[in-house]
Design a protein around this ligand. Structure first.
Ligand code: DGL
Length: 279
């Protein structure tokens, strides 16, 4: 069983990509709706909440947990992997969404932490949209800079956008808000960007509004697809974490919040009916 965790239901964008590409695995999704959004919480709270929810997924029987949340991945993952997991569950694994995204944008594998010699990369300009805490963590510019310093990175925190997406705000209002964030980011970039990272798992749900607001020709990276492909490679190297099951098992969806409130809204975003269960 593969555990997929998010602060709310934005992580369903990642789960959907996983299920589309690798339908034979058994997935358990957990949304911490009782404590969402994480993007405005302090670092210690994000770490504690993420660890508690990973623990829950471990206790359900998932030995591999994917943090389908940029904020948790940027703020808590490294510390979880280095200081908690080796003592608590050394045979289990926790992965995130930032690493595969950095690899995709730099075209440099994660384990390489200095620019490869002799590989002159075309300079790119990348804009990263994320929650306040993801942007403050500096993870994207730092990790991209280590591997591909020619890439210029501009970040834009999209304060309140997750709340809007979670609370069923009319599309027209969301579109207006996204256009404002994009305009602010473009004013801060020197020259036109060529790549945009929607560095929050909720934002692909409103990717069309980002596409409409960004200049023509800017590529919006498909983070859910990138993460799914990366996890697929990981599973092919580590089949011990979850062998495909020919019975095509149905995923299960858990929330720390109110399933009656979460299920209809999440179904809309997931594009297929989802029934959440309480924990
Ligand atoms: N899913 C989170 C992320 O990708 C955003 C939601 C939140 O702030 O909790 O950053």
């Amino acid at each position: 069983m593969i555990g997929v965790f998010d602060s709310g239901h934005g992580g369903l964008t990642i789960l959907r990509a996983l299920m589309d590409r690798f339908p034979g695995h058994r997935y358990v999704f957990l949304g911490d709706h009782a404590h969402a959004p994480y993007g405005t919480r302090d670092v210690e709270a994000i770490y504690d909440l993420t660890r508690d929810n990973v623990e829950r997924l471990f206790s359900i029987g998932c030995r591999l947990v994917l943090l389908a949340c940029n904020t948790a991945s940027a703020v808590a993952l490294r510390r979880l992997q280095q200081t908690w997991l080796p003592h608590y569950a050394p045979g289990n694994r926790v992965l995130g969404v930032v690493v595969p995204t950095i690899e995709a944008v730099t075209e440099v594998p994660w384990h390489v932490t200095s620019p490869p010699h002799g590989q002159a990369r075309a300079a790119k300009r990348v804009v990263v949209y994320g929650t306040r805490r993801t942007v403050e963590s500096g993870s994207y510019p730092y990790e991209i800079g280590l591997r591909a310093p020619a890439i210029g990175v501009t970040q834009q925190a999209c304060a309140g956008l997750v709340d809007r997406i979670e609370s069923d705000t009319p599309e027209i209002e969301i579109a207006r808000e996204v256009a404002g964030f994009v305009a602010a980011s473009l004013a801060a970039v020197r020259g036109a960007p060529d790549t945009a990272i929607l560095g929050c798992t909720h934002y692909p749900l409103v990717a069309a509004h980002f596409a409409a607001a960004l200049p023509a020709g800017v590529e919006i990276l498909d983070q859910p697809g990138i993460v799914a492909d990366s996890l697929g490679l990981y599973l092919s190297r580590h089949p011990e974490f979850d062998a495909p099951d020919p019975a095509l098992p149905a995923p299960r969806f858990f929330t720390t919040g109110d399933p009656a409130w979460v299920s209809p809204l999440a179904s809309r975003f997931f594009g297929r009916p989802v029934t959440f269960e309480g924990l």
